[in-house]
Design a protein around this ligand. Structure first.
Ligand code: NAP
Length: 327
């Protein structure tokens, strides 16, 4: 079968479907996407949200969220995301399942192709496709995500008060997670695969000087225990230099081995930094009418509330852009 260039496929689909040009399309349905949807819907722009691979975003893989303002007793991540979606829908936002496979960006007429071949055209595009935490890829780890395995100390550290925990990674994120955990427990082990930290000296020194944190050098996690029990009870760890395998009891495993922004579809279309995060100034990308919000443009804060904040900013920017064009 001959594979057609994306541009031709889009034009063919458009000829067949004759879809109307959308004013606002939002890619992603995490806190950034749904907040952008809420604001653009209330501005009467009838936004269309393409939900993405993980509808509701990263929060749907966490349990309790205690740091989203307004919820005194906390709220379950999936429940919060469902509420954001319903709030946006109340003002007319439309949600469609699917994810974007490719885009052709042209000022005033951005074109999208979804994984299943559906296509759309839009005047403004808000990219809120998020990022994903990197995991080790162990079967036991995957089964225990949200049951003791997590990638966010800011979100989950408070659940492990006075309990033994481990952090995997040797970069600044791992140091930051370990230091944050010292507020809750004094039994923290950083597990790093080499004998030297990648983190900046200042962060590394803080960790190495802290009595509550031990570093297990040259070590990798082989298995997270205990899948049978449905919760984390310990780790099987291998020393990569000696081959020795040991088990240690822990209740929480914090992965801090990096994040990857979900930007593959936009490569070469908008400016990105060397790690693939979209470069945005007040959510404006270098492409006219294309905005970025949430973790896709933020390697630093990565919080639901900051994502929601930039979702709001992107919506207001899109609104201004449309207004300036008389649309
Ligand atoms: P990072 O710097 O890429 O570090 C990732 C760490 O995870 C490395 O130590 C790496 O080991 C380890 N790792 C990667 N894959 C692994 C695997 N499969 N198994 C075991 N270990 C693995 O990522 P990051 O710490 O998230 O930081 C990302 C960027 O954000 C950096 O530029 C960082 O400086 C910045 N940041 C800054 C701050 C701050 O200044 N406060 C806080 C957080 C992040 P190796 O060292 O062996 O490669």
């Amino acid at each position: 079968m001959r594979i057609q260039p994306v541009g031709n496929r889009i034009n063919e689909e458009l000829r067949k479907g004759r879809k109307e040009m959308e004013k606002v399309i939002i890619l992603g349905s995490g806190p950034a996407g749904s907040t952008a949807a809420l604001y653009t819907a209330r501005a009467n722009l009838n936004p269309l949200v393409i939900e993405g691979l993980e509808p509701g975003g990263q929060l749907t893989t966490t349990t309790e969220v205690e740091n989203y303002p307004g919820f005194v007793e906390g709220i379950q991540g999936p429940e919060l995301m469902e509420a954001m979606k319903r709030q946006a829908q109340r003002f007319g936002a439309r949600y469609e399942q699917g994810y974007v496979a490719s885009v052709e960006l042209t000022p005033g007429r951005h074109q999208l192709v979804l994984d299943d071949g559906r296509t759309w055209e839009t005047v403004t595009l808000i990219i809120a496709t998020g990022a994903r935490a990197q995991y080790l890829g162990l079967e036991s780890e995957q089964k225990l995500i949200g049951r003791g395995v997590t990638s966010c100390a800011t979100c989950d550290a408070a659940f492990y008060r006075n309990m033994p925990v481990a952090v995997v990674g040797g970069g600044d994120s791992a140091m930051e997670e370990a230091l944050f955990l010292t507020r809750f427990t004094s039994d923290i082990t950083v597990i790093h695969r080499r004998d030297q930290l990648r983190a900046s000296k200042i962060m590394a020194d803080r960790v190495l000087k802290n009595d509550k944190i031990k570093v297990l050098w040259d070590s990798v996690v082989e298995e997270v225990l205990d899948v049978e029990k449905g919760e984390v009870t310990g780790l099987r760890v291998k020393n990569v230099k000696t081959g020795e395998i040991t088990e240690r009891e822990i209740k929480g495993l914090f992965l801090a081995i990096g994040h990857k922004p979900n930007t593959a579809a936009f490569k070469g279309r908008v400016d990105m930094d060397e790690r693939g995060y979209i470069r945005a100034d007040h959510t404006r990308t270098n492409m006219e009418g294309v905005f970025a919000a949430g973790d896709v443009q933020d390697a630093v804060y990565r919080q639901a509330v900051t994502a929601a904040g930039t979702g709001c900013m992107a919506a207001l920017e899109a609104e201004r852009y449309l207004e300036a064009r008389g649309q």
